[in-house]
Design a protein around this ligand. Structure first.
Ligand code: NAD
Ligand code: ZN
Length: 246
């Protein structure tokens, strides 16, 4: 048993971890996402009704990635990934690429990725070109104008659920960072992890909708709190490991 007592960690992240990088969160103070109602840009119905609007929206989000950088919270989780000797899975709801640009490897994008696309004609998943609005060809079947963002919209099934459920059942520490706790199934992960006996910690700017479910909550900016939490976890572990057995 290591010093902290923890062996296996699941970290869930949401839009709040990227806020200090300059990526707006989902529901701003006006209740809109970059000026749009969520129903108008993030559902399969919206895509059927107005594909040009939805493609333009995600093209703009993808282009914006070139203007942002990972922040101290992404870097701290990448450090945790590199140095934590036990199991770790970082599950992000984010569609940006800031975790991987910071160096995280043990991670999954449960809601897809801006930089990926899939073909409605043949199903092939592929790297997204800079813009999908102009109807580029699929790299596999050659069809034009059939690529859509590889984003999990409301009403669609999130990715990697089997792997995530298994990690939640096996973890002894679950940490939720920068998420409002409003979008399911991610918002239910804390209950699942608790049910299987994990200690649960929330790190968020403000109490989330599910804050009462967590054993512990720390409220403030992710860029301040996540490096402190990771530092304490790794250093405590190292300190204890260096102590003689008693
Ligand atoms: P959300 O916008 O609903 O909630 C964000 C939470 O982060 C809020 O509770 C807010 O108080 C908190 N927050 C804001 N700034 C913070 C900071 N500096 N430090 C710590 N916490 C901070 O986001 P969500 O819960 O991730 O909702 C989900 C949906 O939004 C996901 O499906 C995701 O795909 C999509 N989305 C992703 C991005 C992205 O990829 N960066 C951006 C916007 C929306
Ligand atoms: Zn195709």
């Amino acid at each position: 048993m290591r010093g902290t007592g923890f062996q296996s960690i699941v970290v869930l992240t949401g839009a709040g971890i990227s806020a200090e990088s300059g990526v707006p969160t989902f529901r701003g103070p006006d209740g809109l996402w970059e000026g749009h109602r969520v129903e108008d840009v993030a559902t399969p119905q919206a895509f059927r009704r107005d594909p040009a609007l939805v493609q333009a929206f995600y093209d703009a989000r993808r282009a914006a990635l070139a203007r942002v950088e990972p922040n101290a919270a992404h870097r701290a989780l990448a450090r945790l990934d590199a140095e934590w000797p036990g199991d770790l899975l970082i599950v992000t709801q984010n569609v940006d690429d800031l975790h991987e640009r910071a160096g995280a490897v043990r991670m999954v994008h449960m809601h897809g990725e801006l930089k990926r696309a899939f073909c409605l004609a043949c199903g092939e998943r592929q790297t997204a070109p800079d813009t999908l609005s102009d109807g580029p060809a699929c790299t596999r079947c050659g069809a034009h104008g059939r690529l859509r963002p590889d984003i999990v919209w409301f009403g669609e099934m999130p990715y990697h659920m089997d792997r995530i459920e298994a990690a939640l059942a096996a973890c002894d520490l679950f940490v939720s960072i920068g998420t409002s706790g409003a979008v399911y199934p991610a918002a239910g992960f804390v209950q699942g992890a608790r049910h299987y006996g994990a200690h649960t910690l929330e790190i968020n700017l403000e109490p989330s909708e599910g804050t009462h479910v967590f054993h512990e909550a720390r409220h403030g900016r992710a860029g301040d709190l996540v490096p402190l939490w990771v530092g304490a976890l790794l250093d405590r572990d190292r300190f204890r490991l260096n102590q003689p057995e008693t």
